[in-house]
Design a protein around this ligand. Sequence first.
Ligand SMILES: C[S@@+](CC[C@H](N)C(=O)[O-])C[C@H]1O[C@@H](n2cnc3c(N)ncnc32)[C@H](O)[C@@H]1O
Length: 274
Amino acid sequence: MSRPEHQAPPEFFYNEAEARKYTQNSRMIDIQVQMSERAIELLALPDDEPRFLLDLGCGSGLSGSVLEDQGHVWVGVDISTAMLDVAVEREVEGDLLLGDLGQGLPFRAGAFDGAVSISALQWLCNADKTSHNPTKRLYKFFSSLYACLSRTARAVFQFYPENNDQMELVTAQAMKAGFFGGVVVDYPNSTKAKKFFLVLMTGGAAPLPKALGEETDHKGVSYTGKREQMKKMRGKPLKKSRDWILEKKERRRRQGRSTRIDTKYTGRKRSGRF
Ligand SMILES: C[S@@+](CC[C@H](N)C(=O)[O-])C[C@H]1O[C@@H](n2cnc3c(N)ncnc32)[C@H](O)[C@@H]1O
């Protein structure tokens, strides 16, 4: 089957029907969430400090929800109104902006502590209009991203490069814009689990993080298991637990958003009967 970015421009490909999958297809949701968790891990943020982050090509806010579950405040940018509508419907906490990454980001210099992007970057390698020049669009995007990040920030992109030339094009434009870094390939020996993460740094050259599953063949190590272990280690409440819900409600109140009061029923499992 041909790649999505060869079928239609993103603002048309991600229509209402496609956007719906991001709330209904549990397999797809799981994959996006797992990749978001790995991208956040690669951001290497200091523990237990809320950060102000960007989600580039945020879509329905699945990656944004992972950011907020980890206590961060985020702003999402996407070109598809249908995807952003789903994000609004899902009541994500991030602020959402409709925009084309290829035209550059409109944010204040140094405003963000980091950025993630899940399954969006390959779209910028495509020329959807005669006026589109992927090299120029990538450069415009990366230079505006570099400008709005702090000088100790990282930006992590999970993406699906079509071939080596595309990977080189993307990396070259990022470096030209001022970033350091490169591509981390998780599970390089597994066709199914192999994932590409472009890890960009603003604060000078530093060793790239270690890829997962390099020495051994991938035997189904799940990011989720690892995440839960890490959360337990940091003493954070597990997702959907009472403590997790109380923390999330407290965050919403701090942001001045309408939130139901806490009661003894908050977070209690339903019996299944109504
Ligand atoms: C596969 S979806 C992933 C959405 C989200 N990151 C997630 O993990 O669920 C790719 C997203 O990239 C967005 N996108 C593609 N090209 C874009 C562009 N030029 N500017 C902004 N968003 C773009 C699409 O609209 C779509 O929502």
